[in-house]
Structures are given as structure tokens and as C-alpha cells.
Design a protein around this ligand. Sequence first.
Ligand code: FAD
Ligand code: MG
Length: 354
Amino acid sequence: MIACLKLTVKFICFIIPMSILLCSCQSPTNVENSSPLEPLRKTHIMMGTSVTITLYDYDDPNILDYAFEKIRQLESALSLNKSNTLLDKVNQQAGLSPVVVNQDFFNVVERGLYYSILTNGAFDVTIGPLVKLWNIGFSDARVPSEQEIDNILPLINYNNITLDATNNTIFLKNPNMKLDLGSIAKGYAADQIAELLRFHGVEHAIIDLGGNVYTLGSKLDGTSWKVGIQDPYNPRGAIIGHIPVSNKSIVTSGIYERFLKVDDASYHHILNPKDGYPYSNDIVSVTIISDYSVDGDALSTAVFSMGIEQGLNFVESLDGIEAIFISTDNVLYLTDGIKNDFTLSNDNFKLSSK
Ligand code: FAD
Ligand code: MG
């Protein structure tokens, strides 16, 4: 029997614990005038997930409409799951001609290429043909044959992307190549919304794109937000602990998020461009804490490919990036910068002594 877990399930699992912590910890009082101010909150389904933006110091709902309009624009450019997107156009012109793209599109691909190079292709934004072959998260997801995988693996190679910053064009050199920005676009969108909110004077807000969370400023009382880390084995609100943050992105990638179950085998959605199958290692989930969500999103996917030991060393080598790994045997590994900040609240998990 084939069962395919829809992405929405993952996002419900992840948002709720964060919301509980974020909501229960925020003060209902506006700092400047000390008058009670209800948080302004709106949720829409976008980018295949539930997107919630909450403003804590602002009472003009128009700002939320501007924010969602920006996400809608990004989705209509960057989606692999909709037709007539800019991404579609770039992919269709693979092997034929460069395509002029807007600045957002260029920025996302440029950052994706940066991480593809940094990870020597373990993370690769040209993973599109493999993602479409498995189609994990959709009703027609299936395990492809060895032959199908072998046929498309040569198409995945970030070296065959040509970016031209002068003309703002992107060219995929080989026919049938496909960019897939699913690993990075939600992070980019979170950064864009944070910038838009700041521009309009918002100082205290939470931007949550299906578990891709950005905490703008601090809570109204000046203390840090507390963001819960999802218990990978329990849905809807179960957390294993929390971390205090302000002006940070917190993004998690994991094997419990989006997967295909065939009889006793489970296939998750982070795929190895070298062999065409889901990465198999000692990580259940990895959470990246960073200043920019585009980096957190790309890195959560990229670091997942490395396993815990190499992943920890890799993150420690990057400035301003912290990580929380959950291993398959329920041990938490934290980077040095957050070891004293994280609070473990679930007895089923242990903190590593390393
Ligand atoms: P992440 O770990 O951040 O990313 C995993 C995703 O990255 C995989 O799903 C795959 O897309 C890609 N990937 C896999 N392996 C690699 C690799 N080695 N290197 C680089 N990338 C890799 N979902 C829907 O169900 N319906 C929709 O209509 C829909 N529309 C979307 C529109 C946009 C613009 C975006 C950004 C996403 C959309 N999604 C949609 C969700 C999307 O399909 C992915 O599931 C999602 O982005 C994965 O994010 P994540 O945070 O769960 O995992
Ligand atoms: Mg990611």
C-alpha cells in the first residue's frame, strides 16, 4: 500500500508548538503607549503551506495584505508546482536560451547556487528532474525505477547554470534540466516580508511560512521570543524544548516532514543528487538558526545531507549560524554558540555530552 503524507500535515505539526510558545510568551501590552493592543494575525495557504504573519505592535491590517501580496508574487515566480511561472519558463528554455528574470528570482537562484557550490553539490538547485520523478508530497508520488533514476541523474549539475547579473538572465545549459527552489524559496520570502514589515515601522512580529519562522525584533517587553523545536515523533504541538531568539530565522528540515510510505519502507523528500535516493543517515531533523532565513532554509536542507558529525563541523565553520540536530537515537547535538541557551523539556530526548 502506498501512503503519501501531504505537506500540510507537517506544517500543522510544526507551526502549532511554535505558536503556543510564541503566543503564550508575548505581552499583550504595546510598549510605546502602554495601551492594550491585540496582535494582528492573518493566515493564508501559500507555497503549499500555511503562512501566518502576526504583528504585535501595529494596528493597520493593510500591512498584512501587502505582505501576503508579496508572497503571492514570489510564489507565482518561484513555484515548480504551478504552470506559467517564471521558473517554468526558465526550465522550458533549458538548452535553448537565457531567460530574463526579476531581481527576486535572480537573488534566490544566486544564493541557491552559492550553497550548491559550498556543499559540492550535496545541495543542488538543479535537483528539479529528480524531485519531479519522485513527486513526494503529491498524490502520484512513487518509487522510480533504477533506469529512470539513471536517466535523469546526469541532468543534475549546478555547474550548468549560467547567471548573468548584467542582463539579469539565467540559462540552464542542458535540455531537460530543471531548477527546483523548494529548499530555499520560503526562506527568501520570510526575509522579504521581514524587510517589508520593518520598512513600514513594525518592530515586533512573527513570520511563519509553515515552520520556516522569522522572529522580528523581540517580544513587546523586550525579552526574546521562545521558539519551540518540534518533537519529530509527535504531531501537533509536541515540542522537545525551546530556544530564545530575537531578529533570527529558525528553519527545520527533517525526515518526518514529507515522505512516501511503501509497505514498510519510508522515503523522505531530501534527495541525494549522486544516487537519486533520499539521504540516509543519523539525522531525524536539523534546525538552523541564522540572521537571514534564505541561509537557514538552504542550510537546513544542505546540512541534512551531511549527517551529524560532518554537519556539526560544517556549521561550526560558518559565521553567525547555529544548529540543533536530533539524531535517530533521540540525542540532541547543539553547536557551541547555543549550548547554554537551549532548554530541553522532553524526557524522551537527551542532550549530547559532546
Ligand atoms: P526543505 O528541507 O527546505 O527542502 C526540501 C525540498 O528541497 C524538497 O522537497 C525538494 O523540493 C528540494 N530538494 C530535495 N533534495 C534536495 C537537494 N539535494 N538539494 C537541493 N534541494 C533539494 N507544496 C505542495 O504540496 N503544493 C504546492 O502547490 C507547493 N507550492 C510551492 C511553491 C513554492 C514557491 C515553494 C517554495 C514551495 C511549494 N511547495 C508546495 C512546497 C515544496 O514542494 C517543498 O515541499 C517545500 O518547499 C519543502 O520545504 P521544506 O521546508 O519542507 O523542506
Ligand atoms: Mg530548506
